[in-house]
Design a protein. Sequence first.
Length: 592
Amino acid sequence: MTTLRRIAILTSLVGGIYLVDDKLNARTLQRNALTAWNGLCIGLDYKINFRPGKGDKIEELHERVANRILNICRSNGGLYIKLGQSIGVQSSILPTAYQRAFKQLYDDAPAVEFEQVVKIFKEDFNCHPDDIFDDFERNAIASASVAQVHQAKLKDGTLVAVKVQKPDIRKQMYWDLLAYKALMYLYEYIFDLPLTWSANYTEKHIRQEVDFENEGRNAEKTNKHLEMEKSLRNKAYIPKIFWDYTSKRVLTAEWIDGVKITDQEGIRRYGYQVKDVIKTTIDIFSYQIFCSGFVHADPHPGNVFVRPNPNNSKNFQIVLIDHGLYVEESIVFRHQYCLLWKSLFIMDTETINQICKEWGIAESDLFISAQIMKPYKSQTAIHVSSTKSVTLQDAYEMQMAIKDNIKKFLTDTELIPRELIFIGRNMNIVRSLNRELGSPVNRINLMGNWAVKGLGADWSNWGGNAKTFENNENNNLLSIHSNNNINNEISKLNDKKVYQTIIIYKNNLSLFFEKIGFVLKSRFNYWFFKATLLMISLGLYLTQTKEVIESWIRNGGNARNARGFEELLDDQMKSSLEENFGIILDQRFFEG
């Protein structure tokens, strides 16, 4: 009887904890228990099976663990999806099984019931959605990991999109972010790779992303920046925010009718050229990266739309939505990043290596390859070229070599600009958009031009980098101060006028020739830069022409279409990373 009573008490206690956790605590305890258990299993699995004698089973091990983590993210949902996507940003340095797994986390998430939406409105606005809106759609038209979107009308008939945060997100946030950090530390332990250096920065931005008032401010700030650029003023559009109907968990914005940027049929139906649309899109995000310094970090196809310009339907507008995840570059970083891109076109390896060194990055060639998403080698012009085949190694030895190379690559993670985390995400998504549309434009050339534009009209910004230029300016001021002191001493002499005249003449003459030399060098570098862009385009066209001719010969007069710009670069990137760094990328890594 005592035993039965103990079992009954224990069952009641467990059941009570389960009900409280399920109904009042947003399943936080269950989610953490699931994460902890799977974390323990993952650690043991790698400890037991990642060994030299089991090299032929390593891919199976990666596949098993990657699927286990994927199931954790899917089962827990909410921020786990967002956190899994954040880890996915770094998946290119992990085995291919992880690249495949994290790719699946970008699918649509299930929507919550309308009763949950009503609960949010009552807590934030003390009313039912129908008290604010007319025709508030009960079913969400879109649903993601953190929020879902409903169509509605304001009382004056204005059509709006109402973004509503899912009810358990804030309750789960603390423990979810703690689990994210734990997962990153686990990865770092398992793979012995520097991964946790980005955790705090990522956590900060995820917290900002679930604050919809912050998203509204980001949207308005982006709009102001785009209005400042004449070439984009009428080509880019940010929906208006209705602040009276916006809170930290509800965002009400202007409804936009348009088609996704990847909808080629829809774009042609409007009467626009796909090439013009993707060029403008790349221009917008390049302007953000190199000029405004305020960068949309999640420009996937669901967040970029194309619509006719309301003022002139002959022209299109690119509409950007979902402004929750942004990165704000520091002035020094933006300047350095512009110089980095400019320098790689004119083969200024001294500046490239200097910037990479200041960023704690040892392998500048690999870093540049990752930024432009094409193979790059110092002292070699940027063009599309072939690479050698890869020598196969034992799976265990190869992955240990990869680990050693990456650790050398990231020599000092404290120096790495955190902006690179989300800028890399932006550039990879934009590259995949160009690829999905058939890569009709030369993305690298477009971005190179914007990098130079980001340096500004002052030619003194052309050479060196931001930090060294600042140091040079300070040294010049010290030199001038020193010369002034010398002049003051000479002025005490009886023949001070003669000495002052000589010194002033020498200083001015030296300064004159120095400025002339700098201007000539800058102009030469600028035209060399332009010539390099031209050579990139010519190299692309020649490669495509060669492919068509070879196909025509092989197929007896029937030639297939040449691969696009991004496809050519993707193939070269895969081969180059395998040959020079040992990293093997799954093909789906290049597809968005």
